[in-house]
Design a protein around this ligand. Sequence first.
Ligand code: SF4
Ligand code: SF4
Length: 72
Amino acid sequence: MDRGKVEIRQEECKGCGLCMEACPPAVLRISESLNSAGYHPAMYVGHGCTGCGICFFVCPEPGAICVFRLAA
Ligand code: SF4
Ligand code: SF4
């Protein structure tokens, strides 16, 4: 069972890829679709997040990433 869950607000994301590069289990991807500002936003592949919070700390866009730690 996953220990965490990540939500990315696609309209806040600038598609820089820092979160994707920093995620230890590599569960983030850059979407093929565009947001309204013309960026390819990051997205969660849907499973495997550990809730470590690294993506949250590396993201330069306030409010783009929320990380939840799930109860065991
Ligand atoms: S919280 Fe950690 S494991 Fe989950 S998406 Fe972010 S960097 Fe990856
Ligand atoms: S680090 Fe933040 S702005 Fe950059 S791709 Fe990830 S969510 Fe988007």
